[in-house]
Design a protein around this ligand. Sequence first.
Ligand code: E4P
Length: 236
Amino acid sequence: MKFFIDSAEVAEIQDLASTGLVDGVTTNPSLVAKSGRDFIDVLREICAIVPGPVSAEVTATELPAMLEEGRRLANLAENIVIKTPLTPDGLKACKALSDEGVRVNVTLCFSAAQAILAAKAGAAYVSPFVGRLDDVGSDGLRLIADIVEIYGVYPEFTTEVLVASVRHPIHVVEAARLGADVATLPPGVLRAMFRHPLTDKGLAAFLDDWAKTGQSILNRPEDGATDGSRPARRSA
Ligand code: E4P
């Protein structure tokens, strides 16, 4: 399963990319607004940090302007993926841009029927929003199961299922269990995935016990250490 970061905060993306666990990034107009920065500057900086796919969303709602915006954004960097909304014009833009060799992420997907349309339009990714479905009393993960099952029936559907609107690690675990290709994670969710109180407790106990032994793995007598903690300077 690939992990994308769902953010337009460059420092945050840089920090998480250093884990080696980040395969790509998704942005949206709300995240850009939250960053308070120029969209194009932000995209250039993200693309320089993360070599994987970086989704940039068009904001036009009619086909000609969508295509113009999509082409402009796609020219910014090799790894830009254009996000179009799941509307009739968004799908037409998806088809046209895909035919030109631009990868498209069809966003704001809330039903299996819509996901079928995105695959037929040649989308590289479809983004079902699990958290927003859960918010209105629907089952977001049920939608992931449906899309994965349907796409699995048709080998000609090459669209990857990109789980979006992720709210907590359980969404990620269950999406992985269902075989989703990608999850785009708010930074806090990726950070939360590392944490377990028993890991912290276990590590503290190991370190306490290790300190009692007085040993060191690196500063050893055979390395020239004289007292087990400070290595003697080797002569050249
Ligand atoms: C996906 O690409 C979207 O940017 C995102 O996941 C939306 O999530 P939200 O429902 O938390 O805004």
